[in-house]
Design a binder for this molecule. Structure first.
Ligand code: G3H
Length: 533
């Protein structure tokens, strides 16, 4: 596999290293003078010594328990046992802070997009999309929050009791995002958590860390001190000590269930801990005999290989009916082989360097295991390896005793199984540990109808004749079994990071006068019936 050794366009060249030597705590970008970790891109370039290898991008603080607890105390103080400025602030004021943040964020688009390409190898159009989608998510969140507020701006009366019901914050949130969407998925947790009045400690993902640097000033200047705290380091060294204190009210994590469980286990009061988790998945594509194969093949290419398959929503296993298996395998493999590999800024590039140094070797292990157990690589370029990549291998026939059947590969390898009876994929899905989404390809309504009725009970989104995806972000994003806990969407995230809380009073002259005075005086930030425009 040839790597295109073109000259990097000047706009995307790394001209200066980013040495991130501060962390955000107590509203201050505090100087870090301890140990640091170098940040490398897996994109190969020529170093000063003339030797080619991974590109040095800069460095980040290697923080430990002490710094982590400092951030925790800052977040707890800002929450102030519910009395802090932020959790008691007027909705309109919190909205203003968020608007200030997003306006500043927008100015950093070029810097963040460039770092997305270098740090995680995401293609230019996808990096731009990640940035723009995140900005849109923030605006949509603001709008939805206003609507939530309008809907609550009233009193209920039942059985002689008046109630003014709103959604309130939960407390202190520990927010950990994944490397494949280090901006979007992390912010899709952090932004709703903040706007609902929670305070947060946020640790960027293991890859995609430096891209937060251009946004630090915006975080610092947009929110009251201590509301957002940003720390660096390894999960087990900074997140575990925070959890151990028992002072985290919500664990918001997009990643894998192993780390989610390990962190929950540290918490001394599990019953108090709310979980907002997006975890692993093994979304299947099911191709029925009457499927439009042109469409199914295109969607399966996008589903399995967008961002090299490093998406929780990626299609990670394909079930093809035996009547169309031969044609599907042949045409699908040819399309995989035609995909262009290159650097993220290369025009038309579809496959890009893998950010995790160990990933090509891991994918190779899956391929070797499958081959040893009877599968073959059915595309010509499949499995060809370079320092930072392994070309997607289409494996057929895959069986249940293979690792690639069981494990979430999160990378470029595509297991294909054929089936005779639809019960085969259905039984496999029912037995699987995952339950996020499925793609169903076919058109006969009599076949599809009962299948849909079953599939919706096995996963949380059935994609008809299209690949799996999270967006549009207003739709619910969740999963069953090991795939998620709680639901995200612009609207649902606001619910996930809050709880219904209300003021109740018996309907009598004494109380009603107080309620009226409360409303007239506008003294309370909770009890009010204004319509926010
Ligand atoms: O990694 C999982 C992401 O939520 C996938 O989002 O379907 O928009 O790529 P996407």
């Amino acid at each position: 596999m040839e790597m295109i050794q073109e000259i990097i366009p000047s706009k995307y060249q790394i001209k200066e290293l980013i040495h991130q030597n501060t962390y955000l705590v107590n509203g201050e970008l505090k100087k870090w003078s301890g140990k640091t970790t170098e940040v490398y891109s897996s994109i190969i370039s020529e170093g000063e010594n003339g030797v080619s290898g991974p590109t040095l991008l800069g460095s980040i603080p290697y923080m430990t328990e002490e710094g982590a607890l400092e951030a925790l105390h800052s977040a707890c103080d800002a929450y102030g046992k519910g009395q802090g400025i932020w959790p008691t602030m007027k909705v309109t004021d919190r909205v203003s802070c968020m608007e200030r943040f997003v306006e500043q964020m927008k100015l950093k688009r070029d810097e963040v997009v460039k770092l997305l390409m270098w740090e995680i190898g995401k293609s230019l159009p996808d990096s731009e999309k990640e940035f723009d989608r995140t900005v849109e998510y923030i605006y949509d969140t603001i709008e939805d929050y206003k609507q939530l507020d309008r809907d609550s701006a009233k009193f209920h009366k039942h059985q002689g009791v008046h109630a003014h019901i709103r959604r309130g914050p939960l407390g202190v949130v520990l927010c950990l995002g994944p490397y494949n969407y280090p901006l979007n998925e992390t912010f899709a947790l952090l932004i709703p958590a903040l706007i609902m009045g929670n305070t947060a400690i946020f640790k960027p993902a293991k890859h995609g860390v430096l891209l937060i640097t251009p946004l630090l000033e915006a975080f610092k200047s947009s929110f009251p001190r201590g509301v957002v705290n940003i720390i660096y380091g390894r999960g087990r060294e900074v997140a575990a000590p925070i959890m151990k204190t028992g002072r985290i009210d919500v664990l918001a994590l997009i990643g894998n269930s192993k780390s989610a469980i390990a962190l929950q286990d540290q918490h001394p009061h599990k019953n108090r801990l709310r979980l907002v988790l997006g975890l692993e998945a093994k979304n299947p594509a099911i191709i029925l005999p009457d499927a439009d194969l042109d469409l199914a093949i295109d969607e399966c290419i996008a589903g399995t290989l967008s961002f090299n398959g490093q998406r929780c929503t990626a299609l990670k296993i394909i079930y093809v009916h035996e009547d169309v298996r031969e044609e599907f395998n042949r045409r699908f493999s040819a399309k995989v082989d035609a995909l262009k590999f290159g650097n993220p800024w290369d025009p038309e590039v579809k496959l890009t360097p893998l950010p995790e140094p160990g990933k090509p070797a891991y994918i190779k292990e899956l391929i070797d295991d499958a081959e040893a157990k009877g599968a073959s690589i059915i595309n010509e370029r499949g499995g060809k390896t370079t320092e930072n990549y392994i070309f997607p291998a289409v494996l057929y026939p895959v069986t249940k005793n293979m690792r690639v059947y069981e494990e979430e590969q999160f990378g470029p390898v595509i297991p294909v199984l054929s089936f005779k009876s639809i019960d085969e994929p259905l039984d496999d899905m029912a037995d699987s540990s995952y339950g996020q989404q499925v793609s169903l390809f076919g058109k006969n309504v009599n076949t599809i109808a009962p299948l849909i009725d079953t599939l919706v009970n096995l996963v949380c989104r059935v994609n008809l004749n299209s690949s799996c995806q999270r967006g549009p972000d207003v739709y619910p994003f969740t999963g069953r079994k090991d795939s998620a806990a709680s639901t995200l969407s612009v609207h649902d995230a606001l619910r996930s990071f809050s709880i219904r809380t209300f003021v109740a009073s018996k309907d009598n002259d004494y109380n009603n006068k107080i309620l009226k005075d409360l409303l007239d005086s506008k003294a309370s930030n909770f009890v009010y019936t204004d319509y926010i425009l």
